[in-house]
Design a protein around this ligand. Sequence first.
Ligand code: G
Ligand code: MN
Length: 233
Amino acid sequence: MFQPRVDISSGRIVGAEALLRWPGSAIGALSPGFFVPAAERMGLAAELDRWVITHIIAAAGRLVAASPQLVLSFNLSGQSLDAGVPAFIRDSLHSLPALAANLEIEVTETSMAHLTPEVETAMAALRSMGTKLAVDDFGMGYASLAYLKRLRAEVIKIDRSFVTDIAHEAIDAQIVEGLIGLARAMGCIVVAEGVENAAQADALQQLGCRYAQGYHFHRPMALADLLQLLEAS
Ligand code: G
Ligand code: MN
């Protein structure tokens, strides 16, 4: 599934986040929280990572053909953050290196423990090809600032929990205002997550947040639907 990222002021789609779903189970699509631990127990985590990355790169190729500036982001978990994964991405881009600039890797602060010098070196190689790094769920982890410092992330994704009450809780607006100031000082792009209504979108825009994703704009959708949306606009 792919959830569009939009420019709040125009609604224009500037990117998308790839959200992993295991299709076709009896209880509906399964979330990564269910099948990733199972894959890890079976020793298939590396296999799953490669499968996901291969599919994401293929999807990115199709999306970029429809919208050349589009950025496709995807989540790497702490467990999958070993030096092999960035190296696999780099190798997968061998025949189409320009596509690296249309990719963005989202990592959470729980991955911090896995950020070894080997991983940092491998990530730096990807960055030199143009791939961006995003800190996901920003504000939720004690290590967020230390993480920003080490990763030199280009993108900060503001956690949904700060967005929910932003239109009527001063403290949430103040926190987001502070995060945006921090991001601006560091030259980072800010993306708000989980925007579900116009009041939240307006409040974010007033605070200087330019980009967002959430049900108010678009729900996660199949690749074919996103391609159709891009071609229609
Ligand atoms: O933290 P992360 O960005 O990885 O979370 C993605 C999850 O959030 C996905 O499961 C997605 O379906 C869900 N999601 C996306 N937009 C919204 C929203 O506006 N509201 C809520 N409650 N969940 C959302
Ligand atoms: Mn994410």
